[in-house]
Ligand binder design. Structure first.
Ligand SMILES: *[C@@H]1O[C@H](CO)[C@@H](O)[C@H](O)[C@H]1NC(C)=O
Ligand SMILES: *[C@@H]1O[C@H](CO)[C@@H](O)[C@H](O)[C@H]1NC(C)=O
Ligand SMILES: *[C@@H]1O[C@H](CO)[C@@H](O)[C@H](O)[C@H]1NC(C)=O
Ligand SMILES: *[C@@H]1O[C@H](CO)[C@@H](O)[C@H](O)[C@H]1NC(C)=O
Ligand SMILES: *[C@@H]1O[C@H](CO)[C@@H](O)[C@H](O)[C@H]1NC(C)=O
Length: 673
């Protein structure tokens, strides 16, 4: 062999190995192993969940620091490079609460104990915090009681809530919006209760899954994301902070005191009421004659919260991040919310460790995040996203969230639409834990939600900052949907073992689906994003707008969506002909950055933190997961104001979305004009 032939051979071998490395198919062998029975471990899921839910662990508590240490050491045992990112943040705790009902002028006042009945012999039941609303306004108010059903804007129509204490039930809209709607209607205070019609059954926990009569759903009433004293920037030591007065003026704080109460207490209050019968309802609406005196005094503290971060560095593209996240802090024991998700995250960590021991290395970096203080205002994830905004903008491929990962049977997913196909494919690879003769996908399309994927416009969990502030493609998954003991002291290990997941097989299946989505995003040469589903999803939402009238022209938006659809087809075809690591990387960058193009520097009007123009909460309901929140808000305003100018603002918002969608198609095409 001549020298030059030898050299040519070496070069050929080198480029072969480079070629092979970068364009080889995804490591299906490892992905099959990841899903295999020998890699799954429901016993360790149960063990982890039991340990994590031993004590109530609200953000800022010693018990939650203990839980953080547990997760940190579990990450380390799974060979993750793990570290803790702490932030000092503003939290509130209850100091004094009282609720007194005077049934009528001469009758003797009734003082409510505001306590949940202890069931079973949990030695840490006394550590459960008194029931309250996070960030509620402190104050001492009284007034006649008015019943406002679910507390929606429409529920206040025709009610005289002026000077009243409103009683409303949970279940349809975000509790902070209930308080705001009551305030708008002139109320001085609010109690929100758990109605047996929504959360009760024949029997209750521990005999069945339903909420006991004394059960109380606690939760935050703050409307913003992240530490209220550091809106838009990371809450690090020594940073700028808003004063309490400025926080109150921010528009995200509720302005009248509120308390959550049980079904039993609400029944006593509702029995004293007179007036008209509520629409299609058995209750009388008042006002009065019962008078409620409500006191809530909270204290605001700066507490340290801890995000636990674990990293597996990518072999070929270490600067591309596939991020999985779940929060750890809980209002009480947190067996469903959120530690079913934590147990899933730890199961994934354990399986990835087993894969690494078999020689697998991810192409891209995988980051596991265990967030803190989600319950207060998605604080841990939001501060982290704010602190790392530029790094995430340029490097984050996708964010995969689990919160209440398991509360019963039935798979649900919500996502940005370029991930739809990947989620469905992953669900086809995993057996339904409740019917092992078929896949999760088959059960899902046969279920009442017929395989429909929800969207991420609401502020329900830690995906919000990733999607709505930065424009990172994201998914949120769960087994089971609503569960009756949500945010009460009965969300504990016993409830999970009896009613949520007795064999912990749903947890295992969730780890399989979510983990497979992560593996494919981390390992495949081409990012498994399909923007054709994005275009068709946008088209559906745009067509809804066509019925508006008032000379609203939706055609600019329809046109930009057609361009996106063309670009999406184009990049799917282009993929097939591309070779060479740098060219592949360039195409992947376009797939990654197209979602960012849907964000806008100025954000939603009057809510500039929300940068995404397609997915965000609507102004009047933070749980509302609508498309085009800016357009929706403008429509709400125009319907109220009924002026030409207000309808012109609707048109302006449609133009803004149209421009963002056009930007996304330019990014996909990689076209510099
Ligand atoms: C609330 O006001 C009532 C009388 O209006 C008073 O008796 C009570 O002590 C006050 N409670 C608090 C906590 O300030
Ligand atoms: C509304 O109720 C308040 C007290 O509850 C009362 O003072 C007021 O007159 C009522 N307004 C109307 C329009 O009925
Ligand atoms: C409720 O508050 C009103 C107004 O402050 C007060 O007059 C009344 O005595 C209070 N009732 C009770 C039972 O504390
Ligand atoms: C389980 O799946 C099979 C199809 O594979 C279906 O025929 C059966 O009805 C399912 N069972 C339940 C309990 O849903
Ligand atoms: C794990 O699943 C098996 C069935 O596959 C079951 O027998 C066992 O009890 C489960 N373990 C736990 C801790 O639930």
């Amino acid at each position: 062999m001549s020298k030059s032939t030898a050299l040519a051979f070496v070069i050929a071998a080198l480029s072969y190995s480079l070629f092979f490395h970068s364009s080889s198919s995804p490591k299906p062998h490892y992905h099959a192993l990841f899903l295999s029975a020998s890699f799954s471990d429901n016993a360790s899921v149960a063990l982890n969940l039991r340990a994590l839910t031993r004590r109530p662990h609200v953000a800022g508590s010693e018990a939650n620091a203990e839980a953080a240490a547990y997760v940190h050491s579990a990450f380390i045992s799974s060979s993750l490079k793990s570290h803790v990112v702490a932030y000092p943040v503003s939290l509130t705790y209850p100091i004094h609460r009282s609720l007194v009902l005077t049934p009528r002028d001469s009758a003797k006042p009734i003082t409510f104990a505001l306590e949940q009945e202890q069931i079973g012999d949990n030695p840490y039941a006394n550590e459960v915090m008194p029931t309250f609303h996070g960030y509620a306004k402190s104050g001492n108010v009284s007034g006649p009681v008015v019943y406002a059903n679910y507390g929606r804007v429409e529920d206040f129509v025709g009610l005289n809530a002026s000077g009243a204490v409103v009683i409303a039930r949970y279940g349809r809209i975000y509790r902070g919006d209930i308080v705001n709607n009551a305030y708008q209607a002139g109320a001085v205070g609010v109690v929100i209760y758990t109605d047996k019609r929504d959360y009760g059954g024949e029997e209750c926990f521990p005999a069945s899954k339903w909420m006991p009569p004394s059960g109380v759903q606690v939760g935050t009433v703050y409307n913003g994301l992240g530490d209220p004293t550091t809106p838009g920037w990371a809450s690090v030591d020594g940073c700028e902070r808003l004063s309490e007065e400025a926080v109150e003026l921010s528009g995200d704080s509720t302005l009248i005191p509120s308390l959550p109460v049980s079904a039993a207490d609400a029944e006593v209050i509702l029995k004293t009421m007179e007036g008209d019968v509520a629409d299609g309802d058995v209750y009388l609406v008042g006002p009065g004659p019962g008078i409620l005196n409500l006191t809530y005094i909270g204290k605001t503290v700066i507490a340290e919260i801890e995000n636990v971060i674990g990293v597996i560095e990518g072999e070929e593209e270490p600067d591309r991040y596939v991020i999985l996240g779940n929060h750890r802090d809980a209002w009480t024991f947190g067996a469903v919310d959120p530690n079913s998700g934590t147990a899933v995250l730890l199961e994934i960590a354990q399986r990835l460790d087993k894969l690494q021991k078999r020689g697998w290395k991810p192409r891209r970096t995988i980051i596991l995040c265990n967030w803190d203080a989600e319950e207060y205002a998605l604080i841990g994830s939001t501060e982290w996203v704010e602190e790392n905004r530029e790094m995430l903008t340029s490097r984050a491929v996708a964010y995969l969230n689990v919160d209440c990962a398991v509360s019963g049977p039935g798979f649900h997913a919500s996502a940005t639409p370029q991930l739809d196909e990947l989620i469905k494919e992953a669900a086809q690879e995993v057996r339904d834990p409740d019917n092992t003769t078929q896949s999760i996908y088959e059960s899902w399309i046969g279920s009442s939600n017929s395989g429909v994927i929800g969207r991420l416009g609401g502020g329900g969990s830690d995906y919000a900052s990733f999607v709505q502030h930065v424009g990172v493609p994201a998914v949120d998954m769960r087994f089971g949907k609503d569960y009756p003991v949500y945010h009460s002291m009965y969300d504990d290990f016993t409830w999970m073992e009896k009613f949520g997941d007795s064999m912990f097989q749903r947890h295992v299946a969730m780890a399989s689906v979510l983990g497979l989505v992560a593996l494919r995003l981390a390992d495949e040469e081409f990012l498994p994003f399909n923007y054709i589903s994005y275009a068709s999803e946008l088209k559906k939402s745009a067509e809804d707008l066509e019925k508006l009238g008032h000379s609203i022209d939706v055609s600019p938006l329809i046109k930009s969506i057609q361009d996106l659809s063309t670009a999406a087809r184009g990049i799917n075809i282009e993929k097939k002909g591309i070779k060479g690591a740098l060219r592949v990387r360039e195409l992947n960058d376009r797939l990654m950055m197209a979602e960012r193009a849907l964000t806008d520097r100025d954000g939603l009007s009057e809510r500039p933190w929300y940068k995404h123009l397609v997915y965000g909460p609507s102004k009047y309901d933070d749980y509302g997961s609508k498309s085009f929140p800016g357009v929706d808000d403008a429509i709400d305003d125009a319907k109220r104001l009924k002026t030409k100018a207000s309808w012109e603002l609707v048109q302006h918002q449609i133009w803004r979305v149209a421009r963002a969608v056009r930007h996304a198609s330019l990014v996909l095409k990689g076209e510099l004009r």
